[in-house]
Design a protein around this ligand. Structure first.
Ligand code: NDP
Length: 364
């Protein structure tokens, strides 16, 4: 294999029986935890759940699992899957998991974030693996049951045992992650990709949608029609599926000739909007660890609350609720902080400049 060639992994008889006789602790019975634990059990693995005393614990018990506290579950396991939110993982790992690990226990992460940005203190005497499904938890379970599978990004950060790759493939296969080929990446690459998608592609796409809706409704197109056209019909989701199945450009052949001519002849007008330069700057911000350091600061938690406050009050949310009512759809309930709950942040003199820029950019 050429040095710069990506390694792709497939299921094999070895990976299928790689967890035989091993106890796997799934720490955190949330979105990923539940799906992965159920898949592992269906594949014959011995699974114990580590969870705090909350509704997730009751759910794990109702699903027939043995549930222990975090130190208990981690301490008795050969493989420990750390499926807690990234922001709580470093603290919980240091206090409740690391001191209790069996010598030589294998540690597995579903996200590269904490390791990539040096937020977690790992024991040197452990294999450290990444098994990161590119699928939400519900999809991980559903696509296991249907046999459709889901892609995973996988990698080895520490190979203490000399058998880390073997462990990686066994675990990936165990959660159903080798029903499709798995792609090797480093922890850093996985984290950067994830954040880039969230910070560059997602918001840029969101702005495209918002600008389109604004142009259309300002020109008198009924909002019901505009929203259905842009995303509520789910036609876009279908187009995305076709991109995955047929090809980004090739799928356009499924559209009418008018559509193809219009899209291609007008498409070039959007080529030089400076998007790439902005995306490169965001990439650098992520890759250098600058974003992760910013997000660690208590100040960022305050900014986050203000951002959510403004985002939830945007005009599009009101328009959407109106459209949903006219189309007889259920109104979506979401938690909305009252102005009084964030007034201390909104009036904080140190944060004023940033708060004002949010107020303007969110069409509050
Ligand atoms: P969830 O938000 O669903 O939470 C996971 C579990 O962690 C819950 O049981 C939760 O219980 C528990 N938990 C939260 N805080 C604490 C705490 N302080 N102490 C102990 N337990 C706690 O997480 P996800 O499944 O979304 O994410 C888990 C990992 O998977 C992350 O690394 C994430 O990046 C990765 N991942 C997630 C994907 C997704 O689709 N969500 C996709 C791919 C990877 P409670 O809420 O009651 O506190």
């Amino acid at each position: 294999m050429a040095k710069d060639e990506t390694r792709i992994f497939y299921s094999s008889p070895e990976s299928q029986k790689g967890l035989a006789g091993k106890t796997v602790a799934v720490i955190g019975y949330g979105n990923q935890g539940r799906a992965q634990a159920l898949n592992l059990r269906d594949n014959g693995a011995q699974v114990v759940i580590g969870n705090i005393n909350d509704p997730y614990k009751a759910r794990a018990e109702a699903d027939g699992f043995r549930v222990q506290d975090l130190p208990g579950a981690a301490g008795g396991a050969d493989v420990v899957m750390l499926l807690l939110p990234d922001e709580v993982l470093p603290g919980v790992f240091a206090d409740q998991i690391k001191p209790h690990l069996k010598p030589g226990a294998v540690l597995s992460f579903a996200s590269g974030y904490t390791v990539a940005f040096d937020l977690i203190d790992l024991p040197p005497e452990a294999d450290v693996l990444l098994v990161a499904p590119r699928m939400i938890g519900v999809g991980v379970r559903e696509r296991f049951l249907t046999g459709a599978g889901f892609y995973c990004f996988v990698g080895v950060h520490q190979d203490h045992s000399g058998r880390a790759l073997e462990h990686l493939l066994a675990l990936t296969d165990g959660i159903g992650g080798l029903l499709k080929p798995a792609i090797e990446v480093t922890f850093k690459q996985e984290a950067v990709l994830d954040l880039f998608n969230e910070q560059a592609f997602g918001p840029a796409f969101g702005q495209v949608l918002l600008s389109s809706i604004s142009v259309l409704t300002e020109q008198g197109i009924p909002p019901e029609a505009a929203l259905v056209e842009m995303y509520m019909s789910e036609e876009m989701a279908y187009t995305y599926q076709q991109m995955a199945r047929t090809g980004l450009v090739r799928q356009t052949l499924f559209h009418s000739h008018t559509s193809q001519y219009g899209a291609m002849s007008r498409g070039i007008r959007f080529r030089n909007l400076g998007l790439k330069e902005r995306m490169q700057a965001i990439y650098r911000d992520i890759e250098s660890g600058s974003f992760a350091r910013e997000w660690q600061k208590p100040r960022s938690r305050l900014i986050f609350k203000a951002l959510r406050f403004f985002a939830m009050r945007q005009f599009i949310n009101r328009l959407e609720q109106k459209v949903r009512r006219s189309l007889g759809l259920k109104e979506t309930a979401f938690e909305e902080a009252g102005e009084d709950q964030v007034s201390a942040i909104l009036d904080d003199p140190v944060l004023q400049a940033e708060i004002e820029s949010f107020r303007e950019s969110f069409e509050y």
